[in-house]
Design a binder for this molecule. Structure first.
Ligand SMILES: [Zn+2]
Length: 352
């Protein structure tokens, strides 16, 4: 018996001498789940049809939208805050569109600060399912190039991770590199859905966005009723156009796209230790407020044919996918190490 055990022991220790590659060859996908482009459907003001028509249609297709809400308009239109909270519970985003929708250009900066800070305070209480971290400027004022626009951006920036402007570029979509500076995150270009032309070109805009690897962020107002109206049938047609291309698209709320973009641009994956059949990795970024940045990034690692059987973080198993050479998993940057355990078998090299 003693001899048998020592033979087994000998075999195990021999096997553990083998090493997984000591070099990390990875990419962080430009967009979540390796999709080619992103789309965020945004709805401004708080108009009844957005909740009675758009939300049920979005839910039917499984898409999540962003509703930039004005406290005074919601109250005037008698939309119930419970319904808005329900919408947030389903995974849609409720964003800030100020307390009373004033012209930021015409009011003092102190009043701008109060308009957005009070709206956030109010809505965080009435919509406890989420916290406000994004803004759409009323009339787009604050997203432009004047000195006052710049001052408005400085005033609101401490309260939000990004802000949506109106249309300020020639193309309807944002190319991937849409934010070269932090200030650019507070000047996000969007496509107003206003008339027959913008309504009918929807499919074309998406195709251009996919080709550019960018982000398409249309702005809707009234759905079927209210102002700047998109008929419900047209809105549904837009969702069908998205659905046709959904294998190429990450359709996500405004905040998630911003979170992904900011996290990815500052994230680093490092091989801390390669020991036997285990890798210890760190995934960190330079963003400070973790609460505002909890969007998982999609990591692609070339494993040279070695098979992974388990990924752990804080003692918890993480889901992953694996093809012949590539390992794929989602993770939020943070201080906890990620350990990857490999199957203790060397890959059989296929004939080239
Ligand atoms: Zn508005």
């Amino acid at each position: 018996m003693r001899l048998f055990f020592s033979v087994v022991g000998c075999f195990v220790s021999f096997a553990s001498l083998a090493q997984v590659p000591a070099q990390l060859n990875y990419t962080i996908a430009p967009w979540f789940h390796n999709r080619q482009a992103a789309v965020s459907l945004t709805f401004d003001d708080g108009i009844p049809g957005q909740y009675s028509i758009a939300v049920p249609l979005l839910d039917k297709f499984g898409f999540k939208g962003t509703f930039f809400t004005v406290v005074a308009i919601v109250n005037n239109q008698r939309i119930s805050w419970e319904d808005i909270n329900e919408t947030a519970l389903k995974g849609h985003e409720i964003g800030n569109h100020a307390l009373t929708h004033p012209h930021f250009i015409k009011i003092p900066l102190d009043a701008v600060r109060r308009e957005v800070a009070d709206a956030s305070k109010h809505m965080n209480m009435l919509v406890p399912a989420q916290q406000m971290i994004t803004l759409a400027y009323p009339y787009g004022e604050g997203g432009g190039y004047s000195a006052k626009d710049q001052a408005i951006r400085k005033t609101i920036a401490p309260y939000f991770i990004a802000a949506r402007a109106t249309q300020n570029k020639l193309q309807p979509y944002n190319a991937y590199n849409f934010a070269k500076t932090n200030e650019d995150y507070y000047m996000i270009n969007s496509q107003m859905i206003t008339d027959a032309e913008t309504m009918n070109n929807f499919g074309k805009y998406i195709d251009e966005t996919i080709a550019a690897g960018g982000w398409f962020c249309p702005t809707y107002h009234g759905i079927e009723n209210g102002w700047i109206i998109t008929p419900g049938k047209v809105f549904e047609k837009h969702l069908k156009e998205l659905d046709k291309r959904k294998a190429s698209l990450w359709i996500a709320p405004f905040k998630n796209v911003i979170q992904y973009h900011k996290e990815r641009n500052s994230a680093k994956l490092k091989l801390v230790e390669s020991e036997g059949w285990r890798w210890k990795l760190s995934l960190t970024d330079t963003l400070s407020n973790r609460k505002n940045f909890d969007q998982p990034l999609t990591i692609n690692i070339n494993t040279n044919g070695y098979s992974v059987y388990r990924i752990l973080r804080k003692g918890r198993k993480m889901p992953f996918k694996q093809t012949a050479n590539m390992l794929l998993f989602d993770a939020v940057p943070g201080p906890e190490y990620i350990t990857i355990d490999f199957v203790r078998v060397k890959p059989v090299k296929s004939a080239k």
